[in-house]
Design a protein around this ligand. Structure first.
Ligand SMILES: [Zn+2]
Ligand SMILES: [Zn+2]
Length: 175
């Protein structure tokens, strides 16, 4: 069970925005991240539940980016209560015994449990300030800062270089 990959899933869900309503986009994301079984079982109800989850996860990232640790943690604690873990040891597909956070139930439940536990793990191991919102406006994408020196400010290379160009132009205008 790799909780960091689940934390990345939380980021991906937030950043899908309204694209999350499109079953093809979500299915593609799940397949790309190796969640083929979840992709195959995805229903309309799952998507509605995941849209709600996305808004709540976005709230966690927004509070963390504002430096409001207490609010971010309260939001996460609320989500942990609503999405309880039902761990099971599994050895499917010839893999060594490993923990699954939740078995059975709907796809949305499993993804919710995973993303919430993933964020809880990052926050408690690395710190609330590891969750952020891209500083290259108007982009409001979420990101996970796993750099060793906590230096991340942007969701992507593309946003970082866009912000650098904007800062360069602003300096040139000022000069
Ligand atoms: Zn497994
Ligand atoms: Zn960005």
């Amino acid at each position: 069970m790799d909780l960091t990959s689940y934390a990345e899933l939380a980021v991906q869900l937030v950043n899908m925005g309204n694209e999350l309503k499109d079953p093809f986009s979500l299915r593609a994301l799940l397949e790309e991240t190796g969640r083929t079984e979840a992709a195959a079982r995805l229903t309309r109800r799952d998507i509605d539940a995941l849209c709600e989850l996305r808004d709540e996860l976005a709230g966690v990232f927004a509070s963390a980016a504002d430096g409001d640790d207490v609010d971010a943690v309260e939001r996460l604690n609320g989500l942990l209560v609503r999405h309880p873990v039902h761990p099971q040891i599994s050895g499917h597909d010839g893999q060594p015994w490993h923990l699954h956070l939740t078995e059975g139930g709907r796809v949305a439940d499993a993804l919710a449990v995973g993303s919430v536990m993933g964020l809880a793990s990052v926050v408690t191991r690395l710190g609330v300030d590891r969750l952020g919102i891209c500083q290259a406006s108007p982009c409001r994408n979420a990101y996970l800062d796993t750099s060793s020196n906590r230096s991340r400010r942007y969701c992507s290379e593309r946003c970082a270089s866009r912000a650098n160009v904007a800062a360069y132009r602003a300096r040139k205008r000022g000069a």
